[in-house]
Design a protein around this ligand. Structure first.
Ligand SMILES: Nc1nc2c(c(=O)[nH]1)N[C@H]1C(S)=C(S)[C@@H](COP(=O)(O)OP(=O)(O)OC[C@H]3O[C@@H](n4cnc5c(N)ncnc54)[C@H](O)[C@@H]3O)O[C@H]1N2
Ligand code: MOO
Length: 433
């Protein structure tokens, strides 16, 4: 009898949940999450990292007047009236391979051979490509005939034309790709200041879970959320740290979580957040509420993933995501992702939704906004989106085909083909090659 009473009280506590809107839950996360500290990494290992401070150019680029072609550095005035019939004849007095500088100056009546990328000698104000000239030798002296008029400045990139000294190269939070790496290398950044990658712990719950390499037994399933969450974390710049499957008693799980948050910047727990008899995370969050935990929310007015929960324990954000793989995926994309990006210094990490037209009816109504996995495509200057089949919260097979989430607004009828909907693009599009 005593045990029965305890259970009733416990359940009532779990049911004390007030659903908040997705946007409100997102704003709570953003209000609380802080950017992580920074570190230096070598340029060879900075791909996809985030710059931790605005970077300014140390040098102008180019830092010398650079020839754009293989040709002759000349004074444009010497060839103002040159034509193939009446070429200008100039004395060739030197040669500058790339990486060297001329020992002489170009003066009226002379030319110096230059190569693509080499420093244009002082005195010259234009470069004429070899193809528009003819070289010849007379009395042991090399000469060049310039057969076309030459415009001042032609084929010369001026000092600082590309980058001026002190110019902003990239802002804080910029994600480093090949273009940024080229720029960093050209400016001599052998070490690059980046934001530390957030370490995100993953803890799964459920006595039905077996490891990926284990055979299935009656009632058991493989722990797919563990791997899916790790991939999502890595996709958004975090480092996943796995804590396995939690013990199924409250003290055990509390110990595991406390130990995990000592090592991580944030912890994501999958499963056990609903109201079932074994939903241990709901018990954990209830027991911690006000006891060293600042609860952000424990219910969201959305489907799937309505029991999604988040709170701060020892200043570390702990997410309780639904165990259902579809709901777990979407809970991560809508909420955990934001925290992960904010930790990496991204000022506006909310996913930017776009408008699309539904290709087919989606007839399932819902009292709350529903987020479904969709596939969008672009044709005739319009984005069209199709709801993927097998979209249930408990199903994962359609996640691989999803390139967006479609928001079906709360209402009893769903949406009809041709109606406009909001879609949130996902970065999981398969490669085009
Ligand atoms: N009486 C009610 N039952 C349920 C409600 C409710 O309001 N009242 N909510 C439903 C909704 S909505 C969801 S979502 C789920 C949430 O459940 P939990 O977050 O507590 O997750 P579990 O019960 O642990 O698991 C649900 C489902 O997912 C499978 N699972 C769990 N972990 C993994 C994993 N790591 N990898 C793959 N699959 C996993 C698990 O076996 C279950 O099938 O509750 C509804 N029930
Ligand atoms: O969150 Mo549950 O997956 O809404 O079905």
């Amino acid at each position: 009898m005593k045990e029965r009473n305890f259970r009733m009280i416990d359940r009532n506590r779990r049911f004390a949940r007030r659903a908040v809107k997705v946007e409100y839950a997102q704003s709570l996360i953003l209000q609380h999450v802080r950017q992580l500290d920074s570190e230096y990494v070598t340029i060879d290992s900075c791909l996809h990292r985030r710059i931790s401070e605005p970077l300014f150019s140390k040098e102008g680029m180019p830092h010398f007047r650079r020839s754009g072609l293989d040709g002759y550095a000349v004074l444009g005035e010497d060839a103002s009236f040159a034509t193939p019939q009446h070429p200008a004849c100039l004395k060739v007095i030197d040669e500058v391979p790339a990486g060297s500088v001329a020992s002489k100056q170009v003066i009226a009546g002379t030319a110096i051979r230059v190569m693509t990328g080499s420093a244009v000698p002082d005195g010259a104000n234009a470069v004429v490509m070899f193809e528009q000239t003819e070289e010849f030798e007379a009395d042991g002296q090399v000469w060049v005939r310039v057969k076309h008029t030459v415009a001042q400045g032609q084929n010369i990139t001026g000092i600082g034309d590309e980058i001026t000294p002190g110019q902003l190269l990239m802002g804080k939070g910029t994600r480093i790709g090949p273009g940024q790496i080229a720029l960093l290398a050209s400016q001599g950044h052998a070490r690059v200041p980046v934001i530390r990658r957030p370490v995100v712990g993953i803890l799964t719950t459920g006595s039905e879970l077996v490891a990926v390499g284990d055979p299935l037994l009656p009632g058991k399933i493989r722990n797919s959320n563990d791997y899916m969450l790790a991939a999502q974390i890595e996709q958004y710049g975090g480092r996943a740290m796995k804590y396995g499957t939690a013990p199924d008693d409250l003290d055990g799980i509390a110990r595991t979580i406390r130990a995990a948050i000592q090592e991580c910047d944030m912890l994501v727990v999958s499963g056990g957040v609903s109201v079932g008899d074994y939903d241990i995370m709901a018990d954990f969050f209830s027991s911690m509420n006000g006891e060293g935990m600042e609860m952000l929310f424990n219910k969201i007015a959305m489907r799937p993933g309505s029991p999604t929960t988040a709170g701060f324990i020892n200043k570390k954000l702990v997410f309780g995501l639904s165990g259902n793989p579809g709901a777990c995926f979407i809970g991560f994309e809508l909420l955990v992702r934001l925290a992960l990006l904010a930790m990496q210094g991204i000022a506006d990490p909310c996913s930017h939704s776009i408008q699309a037209v539904m290709a087919e009816d989606f007839g399932k109504g819902c009292p709350h906004d529903r987020y479904i996995r969709g596939r969008m495509s672009h044709a005739h200057q319009q984005v069209t989106v199709t709801a993927l089949v097998k979209n249930n919260s408990s199903m994962l097979v359609s996640i691989q085909d999803a390139n967006c989430l479609v928001r079906i607004p709360a209402g009893s009828r769903g949406v009809a083909a041709g109606q406009q909907v909001e879609v949130i693009p996902l970065p999981y599009e398969s490669t085009l090659y």
